[in-house]
Design a protein around this ligand. Sequence first.
Ligand code: TMP
Length: 210
Amino acid sequence: MRGALLTFEGVEGSGKSTQVERLAVHLRGLGLSVLVSREPGGTDIGERIRAVLLDPDAAAMDGRTELFLYLASRNQHVREKLMPALRAGTVIILDRFSESSLAYQGGGRELGERVVSRLNKLATAGLRPDLTILVDLPVEVGRRRKEGSRLDRLERERVEFHQRVRDSYIRLARRAPKRIRIVDGTRPAEESQVEVRRLATEVLKRKGLI
Ligand code: TMP
């Protein structure tokens, strides 16, 4: 694969989407071909699956149904969009990827990280990010940032659910400290962005892309 896969993860309200956008602007400014995408979503089919997943009226959804839908979206994304882009030498920046399923369904829904990890391998064809940035902050801080906006089905989950998600993310980062890097999401966005760019640059240099 000639390109690179950079993924962003975090609990609700972590500010990762802002970091994604700013990093994309920076890397395009360096002349790189950059693709920004998200999960669930990123393809026509994936965006339709996203609408089902986030619909607050789908409150009766079983945890395994939820997992399979996230994986279905990922499978389509990997095959239709990510693999071809990587082959073409594109730098892909993703707003969520495999670690979201490990943390939200494995941890939050308590389905277990082992089973999610095995199913993730099937959905990703073994594709792993070159770098994963975990924008971390306390769950309550993230929730406060979302106050006043219309919450989706996942955002409406109890605080304990989101706490398990955060704990799970931190465990994953400890287990793969070289790939999963934690950035403090409580700091102003510009400060976090400096760190994000430093981490991305390191990886892209190592891969000979810059
Ligand atoms: P977003 O709001 O950051 O775009 O993400 C959509 C929601 O989906 C968010 O609550 C996290 C959740 N999610 C999972 O539970 N599992 C997954 O595999 C992914 C990709 C997202």
